[in-house]
Design a protein around this ligand. Structure first.
Ligand code: NAD
Ligand code: UGA
Length: 464
């Protein structure tokens, strides 16, 4: 068995490395058009920061795992081809700001159709709108005419979360395979069965599988927006959101996970997938259903905006020319991914109030932070004014640790829950800050009782 995966990103890279590790007899080729990314996968400094990933890659690389830019050769050799390319929200044309941009998926299908010979199983690994497999099948079936190739199409969405990808891949709650051909489904199930118990390998029809992925992300994001909505009410009423979360989470029907109130969810998928769901519902004339799910994203926008507004209001209604130390820029801990990170939007709003930001993140490079902030100032088509560009240049510094970010600052804002922040010497930190020393914990990770004793004026999410 030979596998090819098109797309060496956050999903393609770790997923294929895990398959290669667990199935030494399967040759796995991961291909990408991005030469830099492929070079990084073949180097000591992987393109993705993910705990445990380096060891998994190291074990299989050069044995049965290969990263290459030779897309056609890998397609030709493979029995099974995964499509794990990006499916971002469209920024142009019909459905801009909502629909998924399927350009990259379609290009993969066309490439496969062009070069494949014999029989291939094509696996949708990317997150796709329900019924995309129909289009993929039609594109592939055109290939029959030219080169006699035949195809089965499967949907096998990925449920890993960044920061815990390796554990999620090793011990998945379930593996979902949707398809029409029993033989194709069995071939893919047999790959996962090398390490995932059979009872956790769930098979469905194609459309249920495609829709389950969007639905899972919508439900997860909805939980975060629900607790974040309650956090706003907690701040107005002296209830404590962590206590409320604990109290409701002990109801076994609700469950305790994914109830951490925060400055807002980020990541490349929650918002994109919900907007995609909203677009699909509108397409099928289900306006009420669309509005219901859109509210999850609107609530998240409110939460991010609310946090920046609270900082300004608390700091005597002006942050202009005040230094604010920003701790964390990634969308969650243990990743270098900043896509849709709440930090981007909070920083943007503070910059618009003319604050001076000193940003520290253990994994996100300075160039990425600056590029994200400049992009956040732009409109939907990406145009950024010279004034806004200048603002990022002059008012943002990126520093090497949290201490430097806090030095001479009027406030600290915790935007990512990196563990190291809990270990800092806060006595030392307050000594270097302006008084009153404000601390806004957007992740509720710091010990506020201790900080208040030291003299900080602290604020959490959903806490008075
Ligand atoms: P990514 O942007 O990190 O990686 C996608 C890669 O595909 C890029 O390196 C890009 O260069 C490559 N690519 C695009 N078009 C190509 C083509 N025609 N030929 C070869 N390579 C091409 O994206 P990602 O985060 O890995 O996400 C991929 C998909 O998986 C998305 O649909 C996403 O919704 C879904 N997903 C992501 C996660 C996650 O945690 N990031 C989790 C589950 C599902
Ligand atoms: C999420 C899902 O958890 C994965 O199952 C899915 O495969 C993936 O999206 C995807 O399709 O891309 P991910 O975005 O990597 O994974 O990370 P999560 O742990 O889900 O966190 C998402 C965001 O929600 C983060 O910004 C996180 O800080 C925030 N969050 C999460 C909260 O604010 N509170 C919580 O209780 C949980």
């Amino acid at each position: 068995m030979k596998i090819c995966c098109i797309g060496a990103g956050y999903v393609g890279g770790p997923t294929m490395a895990m398959i290669a590790k667990q199935c030494p007899e399967i040759e796995v080729h991961v291909v990408d058009l991005n030469r830099e990314r492929i070079a990084a996968w073949n180097s000591d400094s992987l393109p993705i920061y993910e705990p445990g990933l380096a060891q998994v890659v190291e074990e299989a690389l050069g044995r049965n795992l290969k990263f290459t830019t030779d897309v056609d050769a890998a397609i030709m050799k493979a029995d099974m081809i995964f499509i794990a390319v990006n499916t971002p929200t469209k920024t142009f044309g019909v459905g801009a700001g909502r629909a998924a941009n399927l350009e990259f998926v379609e290009k993969c299908a066309r490439r496969i159709a062009e070069v494949a010979q014999g029989h291939k199983i094509v696996v949708e690994k990317s997150t796709l709108p329900v019924r995309t497999a129909e289009a993929v099948k039609r594109i592939l079936s055109a290939a029959n005419v030219d080169n006699g190739a035949t195809f089965d199409v499967l949907s096998n969405p990925e449920f890993l979360a960044e920061g815990t990808a390796i554990d999620d891949l090793l011990n998945p709650d379930r593996v979902l395979i949707g398809g029409e051909s029993e033989a194709a489904i069995k071939a893919l199930a047999d790959v996962y069965a090398k390490w995932v118990p059979r009872k956790q390998i769930l098979t469905t029809n194609l459309w249920s599988s495609e829709l389950s992925k969007l639905t899972a992300n919508a439900f997860l994001a909805q939980r975060v927006s629900s607790i974040n909505a309650i956090s706003a009410l907690c701040e107005a009423t002296e209830a404590d959101v962590d206590e409320v979360a604990r109290a409701i989470g002990m109801d076994s029907r609700i469950g305790p996970k994914f109830l951490n109130a925060s400055v807002g969810f980020g990541g490349s998928c929650f918002q994109k997938d919900i907007l995609n769901l909203v677009y699909l519902c509108e397409h099928f004339g289900l306006r009420e259903v669309a509005a219901y799910w859109e509210q999850v994203v609107l609530m998240n926008d409110f939460q991010k905006r609310r946090f920046a507004e609270r900082i300004c209001r608390t700091m005597f209604s002006t942050v202009s020319d005040k230094k604010i130390g920003i701790w964390g820029f990634a969308f969650k801990k243990d990743t270098n991914d900043t896509r849709e990170s709440a930090a981007i939007y909070v920083c943007r709003d503070l910059l618009r109030e003319r604050a001076r930001l000193s940003i520290y993140d253990p994994q996100v490079p300075e160039a990425k932070i600056r590029a994200d902030l400049i992009a956040s100032m732009g409109n939907l088509s990406g145009t950024v004014s010279d004034i806004d560009r200048k603002l990022v240049e002059t008012n943002v510094t990126v520093v090497r640790d949290g201490y430097e970010a806090a030095k001479d600052a009027h406030a600290i804002a915790v935007l990512t829950e990196w563990d190291e922040f809990k270990e800092y010497d806060f006595k030392k930190i307050i000594g270097t800050m302006k008084a009153p020393a404000f601390l806004f914990d957007g992740r509720n990770v710091l010990d506020r009782t201790m900080l208040n004793k030291l003299g900080f004026e602290t604020f959490g999410i959903g806490k008075s």
